[in-house]
Design a protein around this ligand. Sequence first.
Ligand code: SAM
Length: 192
Amino acid sequence: MHPSEYKGKWKQLKTANKSIHLEIGTGKGQFIDGMAQQHPDIHFIGIEVAKSIIVSAVEKVKETQRKNITLINEDAQDLSDLFENNEVEKIYLNFSDPWPKNKHAKRRLTYHTFLEQYQRILKPNGELILKTDNKGLFEYSLVSFSQFGGILEDVSLDLHLLDDPFNVMTEYEEKFSAKGQPIYRSRIRFPR
Ligand code: SAM
């Protein structure tokens, strides 16, 4: 079954009526697996475009036998084909590719065309959480959010100083913070 056939029905796929949280660019799955363990009452869906990378996430989920994870090997460009309006409660963007050249700005996952899709599929007042080590992408994203009318709920320029016991580290987060690099995080709300 193609994932688009679950559009509007994701809540029926796993044990009834769990909230849907979506991670875009799931990579090898460390974050989604840790979050799913921490929140068994939430259905986590991970989208990853690279087949060679998502296989590691699939293997991890098989190993941990986590029941509240769905992995989708697709490009997040077409999110509206996969999710109905208001179907998702939270979106996580973890260490998204920065695409530093201006001519590639459209590929950044915080470009306004992506934000339009996020706003559509998120519930009213739904939240997007962005973590990155990349200052340029972080600055760009904060401007993009505010030009879009998003409300910045929280901005941290050094997430690990907060010592948040509920923070689940991604593979990239472990790698960059081990090198002493600060991790930036922002939470934004899409009001409607
Ligand atoms: N989130 C992981 C982490 O923090 O360790 C991986 C970060 S890696 C830099 C970015 C990931 O996003 C890559 O695996 C890439 O294939 C994926 N990605 C980039 N653009 C995407 C898109 N449009 N749709 C889905 N996945 C995408």
